[in-house]
Design a protein around this ligand. Structure first.
Ligand code: GDP
Length: 214
């Protein structure tokens, strides 16, 4: 099993740190493919179930308290939200949260369609970071997204979020289980990342991973 511990040297950490020193700004929210920005910059995307801690993580990574909207109303954002660094190096794409039980069927279908088309056609998409809540591990709806990513041959990497919540034994268990589940997936990057937006853990490694794939 590979975890983020010791996976990055000081050079990679410094590169990641440098990349995220810039100010980040919201570019646009995209609800239909024709509104996507031109494919001029590389981009990385964040996906995850509603409430997984995606907005908190984007805010923590970018040192920006309110860049992505954190919300207690899961399933609200149905757009691909684009953010850009001031140096115009890359885009961060905040994908709409999925798996919200009360989401109307039509909304889920529209979401799935948008995501499929986005993943299939976006040549500049370097990697999707799929966030998984450390307390819950990979659920069926996560599996569906991972299937889609494998099908579209889009490189992706798992990030276990809210790593401050489980105790050490629970964390080891979810880490091992998740590693086992992604091991055979063709488009999955084997290194698992672990973050806590609250404690700040794992952010430097995630920044380094992002810098490494741009
Ligand atoms: P999103 O729906 O995926 O964008 O999730 P949010 O970022 O809005 O977070 C959902 C809830 O989880 C909020 O109540 C956050 O305060 C909480 N949360 C987010 N990240 C963390 C974390 O790293 N640790 C803990 N303990 N709570 C978190």
């Amino acid at each position: 099993m590979i975890t983020s511990e010791r996976a990055f040297g000081p050079k990679e950490i410094a590169r990641g740190d440098q990349l995220f020193r810039c100010a980040f700004a919201f570019v646009k929210g995209v609800v239909a493919l024709e509104h996507l920005p031109p494919m001029t910059l590389p981009e990385i995307a964040f996906a995850g179930r509603s409430n997984v801690g995606k907005s908190s993580l984007i805010n923590a990574l970018t040192h920006h308290g309110k860049l992505a909207r954190t919300s207690n109303t899961p399933g609200r954002t149905q757009e691909l939200n684009y953010f850009e660094d001031a140096a115009k190096t890359f885009y961060i794409v905040d994908m709409p949260g999925y798996g919200y039980a009360e989401a109307p069927k039509a909304k889920v279908e529209a979401w799935t369609q948008l995501i499929k088309e986005y993943l299939r056609g976006r040549r500049t998409l370097k990697r999707v970071f799929v966030l998984i809540d450390s307390r819950h591990g990979i659920k069926t709806t996560d599996d569906e997204i991972l299937d889609l990513l494998d099908e579209c041959a889009v490189s992706y990497q798992i990030v276990l979020t809210k790593a401050d919540k489980p105790n050490a034994t629970e964390m080891t268990a979810v880490r091992e289980k998740t590693s086992g589940l992604i091991f055979k997936r063709p488009a999955a990057f084997p290194l698992l990342l672990e973050t806590s937006s609250v404690a700040g853990d794992g952010l430097a490694e995630l920044r380094a991973a992002i810098a490494g794939c741009l």
